[in-house]
Design a binder for this molecule. Structure first.
Ligand SMILES: O=C(O)CCC(=O)C(=O)O
Ligand SMILES: [Fe+2]
Length: 221
């Protein structure tokens, strides 16, 4: 019996290498069409369904006890991934492959990935921020996967990345088009989400290293 053809890898090895090179050289990477279209479409359907059923929660800022709702700073609604669908598992599997590659190339000692769906309603935004405070954070690499197909030119909602040395200097502006994957060094790259003129769907996640302080393990969220 002829051997069954090997399934296509979830991540294209060439794209993976480009991502690592860009991350090392610039501190960020932008990769279009990073995952199979089907996975993106299923994640988008799942998020639409969660939104329709009102299963998303207004996002806040700060972690643990310092968590606070601040609609003047961020206006998205989120839900953490729970591996409850095939698409989520495919996505998390791809992030696991990426984590191993990052560890191999950058010796980061990453061992955990956390991610949530995010829905930005029309008019919402996320003001300029860092995902991790210098020295204190354990989020090392941030990732965003966009889910909206055919994002219009005037749709707004771009992510803007800024120079770590001068946070008024824009270094990249990316349209949130389905399949585009953005990642960057959490402790270094200030970024923001510009006001969106369309409902905007994404999966945001972080590769983390868990740092214990005394007996306290950092709260994951
Ligand atoms: O959705 C994006 O483009 C970025 C979101 C973000 O910065 C965050 O959730 O921390
Ligand atoms: Fe962020």
């Amino acid at each position: 019996m002829p051997a069954a053809p090997a399934p296509a890898p979830l991540l294209d090895p060439v794209a993976l290498n480009l991502l690592i090179d860009e991350l090392v050289e610039h501190g960020y990477s932008v990769r279009p069409d990073f995952l199979p279209r089907q996975v993106i479409a299923q994640l988008n359907d799942e998020l639409t369904e969660l939104e329709t059923r009102q299963q998303l929660t207004a996002a806040g800022i700060g972690r643990g006890r310092e968590h606070d709702l601040r609609p003047d700073i961020r206006g998205d609604a989120i839900r953490w991934l729970d591996r409850n669908s095939r698409a989520q598992r495919a996505y998390l599997e791809a992030m696991n492959v990426l984590k191993d590659e990052l560890n191999r190339a950058l010796y980061l000692g990453l061992f955990e990935y956390e991610a949530h769906f995010a829905h930005y309603p029309v008019g919402s935004f996320y003001k300029k921020h860092l995902d991790s405070f210098r020295g204190r954070g354990n989020r090392l690499i941030s990732s965003v996967l966009y889910l909206n197909e055919d994002w219009p030119r005037d749709g707004g909602g771009e992510i803007v990345l800024y120079d770590p040395e001068d946070d008024s200097r824009e270094i990249a502006r990316v349209t949130p088009e389905a399949g585009t994957f953005v990642c960057f060094l959490s402790e270094q790259i200030p970024h923001e989400v510009l006001p969106t003129h369309q409902a905007r769907a994404s999966v945001t996640g972080w590769f983390r290293r868990n740092s214990s302080q005394g007996n306290l393990v950092d709260p994951a969220r």
